[in-house]
Design a protein around this ligand. Structure first.
Ligand SMILES: [Zn+2]
Length: 233
């Protein structure tokens, strides 16, 4: 059968040879390819979590939101997560040295974290202090958008600051004299830890090292405002 008659059978008009073929992306109605459409096409769609709107909004910086999302989704290299992946290991929280190291412990349950959440809930004049993200969402339920924003942004900020970039951490310091000569560089692994703890340890161990070297006239610089404030310098 000739091509023309085949097309007639299918009730399709003859192809116009002057029209050039082009690729069409079927994942998007307009037929154009975009990264967003590709992402939407392949991503696994799950139920929305309760804390979604507290994190992804216009008043939480995107980087903070991404870190909070990772923490609340359990994406952090803490002992309990490593154990769940089948690694048989002992676990002890590096900070309090009492409990097993888990995200729940680090974010909500150890003494310092509890004090921080208690302080924050006092600032918002809440009767109970926060013990989980669901509880925080509950307190914001039915509130005005402004109240949600006022509570949500500091809560997400506190959450990410508490855990910082939790992961395999190391501390380091460089010692220089007043002529800018480098006298000594120290560096040490400190296991899975928070950046806040790593910064504090770096300062304390640097001072100890300086005293061992008999360098007593010290000028200390740190890039963490939280650490400088906590040491009251
Ligand atoms: Zn602990």
């Amino acid at each position: 059968m000739e091509e023309k008659s085949r097309l007639n059978v299918l009730n399709i008009g003859a192809l116009d040879p002057s029209v050039v073929d082009k690729l069409v992306w079927t994942g998007y109605l307009k037929g154009e390819f975009s990264i967003k459409a590709a992402f939407e096409g392949i991503r696994l769609k799950r139920n929305k979590v309760r804390w979604r709107d507290m994190i992804w909004n216009n008043y939480v910086p995107i980087e903070t939101a991404a870190n909070a999302w990772k923490l609340l989704s359990g994406a952090a290299v803490v002992d309990s997560v490593v154990q769940k992946k089948g690694v048989n290991m002992e676990s002890r929280c590096y900070i309090c040295k009492k409990e097993e190291e888990s995200l729940h412990h680090l974010l909500w349950d150890y003494d310092f974290t509890k004090r921080v959440w208690k302080w924050l809930s006092m600032k918002f004049r809440l009767r109970n202090h926060y013990t989980s993200i669901s509880e925080i969402c509950k307190t914001a339920q039915g509130r005005s958008p402004m109240i949600k924003q006022l509570r949500g942004a500091p809560t997400v900020g506190t959450l990410t600051t508490l855990c910082g970039n939790l992961g395999n951490a190391g501390l380091g310091a460089t010692f220089r004299n007043s002529f800018r000569d480098i006298l000594l560089v120290i560096w040490r692994k400190i296991g899975v830890n928070m950046n806040y703890i790593a910064e504090c340890l770096a300062i304390l161990e640097s001072v100890e090292m300086a005293l061992i070297m008999n360098w007593t006239n010290l000028w200390i610089e740190s890039d963490s405002v939280a650490v400088v404030a906590s040491l009251n310098w």
